[in-house]
Design a protein around this ligand. Sequence first.
Ligand SMILES: C[S@@+](CC[C@H](N)C(=O)[O-])C[C@H]1O[C@@H](n2cnc3c(N)ncnc32)[C@H](O)[C@@H]1O
Length: 255
Amino acid sequence: MRRFYQESWQGIPFTKISHLSFFHLAGSKFYSTFYEEMFARYSSWEALPLEWRENKRCSAEWLLERIRQHRAELGAKDGEPYRVLSIGCGVGYMEKLLLDALPEIELYVNEPSTVGLKWLRSYLPADHVYIGDPLTIPGDVYYHMIYLSAVDYAISTRHLVRLLENLRAQLESSGTVLCLSSSFLQEDSIIGSFVNAMKIFIRGILHYLSVRPQQFWGWRRTRKDYNQLFKQAGFFSLSDGFIEKAPETYWISGK
Ligand SMILES: C[S@@+](CC[C@H](N)C(=O)[O-])C[C@H]1O[C@@H](n2cnc3c(N)ncnc32)[C@H](O)[C@@H]1O
């Protein structure tokens, strides 16, 4: 596992929106300010960078295939709703694609602050939107699929284990939790970690000299890290791999 830093996202330099911290993760206030700036620049999902949209489309199509397969396995029983929960949905582009393709699914979303949901809000009933810490999501609904897409990087291992445990308790008996990672770390050797520590040290100096301010963005994790996380959270029957059409996206699922 390795810490990583970010200076901009979606073409928006962070120095334009906030004070940057080298040691503290970006919190919900940071993401809210970021999304406000993003909505000032982009008028709709379709205006967002093409490469980003294509990447999300591949992940959404991959999820759709899994949902279709799972529903077929369940025998699409007596019209029982298929409930999906997305944790940290951001601006909700993947969720819009899921709903466009399968409007009959019951989609629920979570995001730490309400700001990012400007475009998605009208697609969902108000009681399908959970704002705040995902640990506070009401426990009275059970889901067939819960996914976190490009969210785990922003959560420490301790919190992630707790979150995964909680999400597991909110699964239907046949349900799955899926983590889609855009911050996959291929390998974590001692030499690699040492070189990374040196780079972080230099970044720290540049940050504090205000030459290149950086925001501590989270952690990159290896396959071993993800497997351990899921096992620690009590999952069994783990599977993992890479999304074929978006090979930089790693996925892991557990029951
Ligand atoms: C890179 S965006 C990914 C958004 C979306 N899931 C996607 O794939 O495009 C990361 C999102 O995670 C949210 N986030 C950060 N920390 C979180 C946490 N502890 N719990 C839930 N969501 C979090 C952020 O607000 C942000 O919208």
